[in-house]
Design a protein around this ligand. Structure first.
Ligand SMILES: Cc1cc2nc3c(=O)[nH]c(=O)nc-3n(C[C@H](O)[C@H](O)[C@H](O)COP(=O)(O)OP(=O)(O)OC[C@H]3O[C@@H](n4cnc5c(N)ncnc54)[C@H](O)[C@@H]3O)c2cc1C
Length: 396
């Protein structure tokens, strides 16, 4: 808060003129602050009498923090299957739990999820928490959030992880707000600090130009979302054993303000670029939507799929589900062929974990060559047909 020392204040009014928010005024012989103050500090710097100072309340670790233990993963269940990202979260969750010497639990809400409990245990969970109800058949963020909130309040995990997917991104901020916990979105690395067991959450910041490591020192649980394909999935071990708990929910938490009228599966863009082994990506260098015909042809020869840079998507040449990068998808195929893509950092963060990167670009200084395993400096309209021809010859 802003502290005003009226013994020192001369009532000169310099604070008043330096405040951009109209939050301080001189009344009588002393300055008075109102609720518009943002603690920006401009008045403090401008006060010639040093009559103003800001005191920040010392934040402390929440009182019952020592009651929080364990790592909990929110498992996503769609169209009768567990989403692949959930196994990736169990993989990293297992490592964090082992480092802390605590249990890893997996919470799975859904219509009929009991048959999936064993796969969660096999993937590393010590405890599978199943919340089954017909109302949970369809994803509704208000009900899912209420359930997660209740389970977190009751079981007090120290760390909660969820996928940075459409579902995770809509429900987890809701939960974090309800329980007043910190949340770091889109983490690319998670680790436990040796000295104090704090969860270190690393994610790209400032347009992907730096990696920021974030910690939540004052509140529990520490919550993070992780993008699909960033963490390695746990290798399933069917011999693992664990506890399966059917969680009973008070019916009041199963009331929704959302009515699902219809669920429509997108039949146009069926290919999930995160789940194929070969990707051929096109960028602005294609020059037109027609250029993607060539890209499709090469992808077809490799049995792969088509990806794109944001420039190609923004130009309307290909729909958004194909976009790779910071605001698109993160992919890690065996081979990624980038055609006419410069390799901007926001694109690179989405594809640099591919096993082999082949770059085709006519600018030999394009940054994509810094991450490429193999590079072709030249016109893609010459190089790609040659590649297709060679692949066909090999197949013959
Ligand atoms: C907050 C933010 C988020 C972003 N998120 C993403 C994201 O998710 N994904 C993403 O891709 N971008 C993203 N971007 C945009 C990113 O910064 C770049 O602008 C974009 O990746 C450039 O796309 P490009 O490489 O296709 O185009 P350009 O940078 O214009 O590169 C085109 C390349 O094609 C080459 N070329 C031209 N013609 C030919 C030819 N005939 N043969 C061979 N090579 C040729 C050129 O030499 C050039 O290197 C984001 C930007 C911001 C600010």
């Amino acid at each position: 808060m802003l502290i005003i020392d009226c013994e020192k204040c001369s009532g000169c009014g310099l604070c008043e003129s330096s405040c951009a928010f109209g939050a301080i005024s001189v009344q009588g012989e002393c300055a008075v602050v109102n609720e518009a103050c943002t603690l920006c500090g401009a008045c403090v710097e401008n006060c010639p009498e040093q009559a103003l100072r800001i005191e920040l309340a010392e934040k402390r670790l929440q009182a019952d923090a020592d009651q929080y233990a364990g790592v909990m993963v929110f498992i996503e269940y769609r169209h009768g299957q567990i989403a692949p990202v959930s196994y990736e979260l169990l993989g990293i969750g297992r490592k964090l739990a082992d480092k802390r010497g605590v249990l890893l639990s997996a919470i799975l809400p859904g219509g009929c999820v009991t048959p999936h409990a064993d796969s969660l245990i096999a993937a590393g969970a010590d405890v599978a928490l199943l919340v089954e109800h017909p109302m949970l058949e369809q994803f509704r963020e208000d009900i899912y959030a209420a359930i997660l909130e209740q389970v977190i309040r009751e079981r007090k995990p120290e760390v909660v992880l969820a996928g940075a997917t459409a579902i995770g991104r809509s429900v987890i901020p809701y939960v974090a707000t309800a329980i007043d916990a910190g949340l770091t979105a889109d983490c690319t690395r998670l680790e436990i600090r040796d000295e104090d067991g704090m969860l270190l959450q690393t994610r790209p910041a400032f347009g992907g130009n730096i990696m920021a490591t974030i910690e939540c020192p004052h509140t529990r649980p520490q919550m993070a979302t992780v993008r699909p394909k960033v963490m390695a999935p746990a290798i399933p071990d069917p011999t693992r054993t664990g506890e399966v708990i059917q969680v009973e929910m008070d019916p009041q938490f199963l009331r929704s303000q959302v009515e699902v009228l219809e669920t429509v599966i997108n039949t146009e863009d069926q290919v999930n670029i995160q789940e194929v082994e070969a990707l051929v990506a096109g960028g602005r260098g294609l020059d037109s939507a027609k250029g993607f015909e060539l890209i499709r042809e090469l992808a077809g020869e490799l049995g792969g799929a088509v990806a794109a840079s944001r420039a190609a998507v923004d130009s309307g040449w290909i729909p958004y589900p194909h976009q790779v990068g910071q605001t698109g998808k993160t992919v890690s195929p065996k081979i990624y062929i980038a055609c006419g893509i410069s390799g901007a950092v926001q694109h690179a963060v989405g594809m640099q974990s591919a096993e082999i990167v082949v770059a085709i670009n006519r600018d030999k200084n394009a940054p994509i060559f810094d991450i490429a395993t193999y590079g072709v400096v030249g016109d893609l309209y010459e190089a790609v047909p040659l590649l297709i021809k060679r692949l066909r010859e090999i197949k013959k």
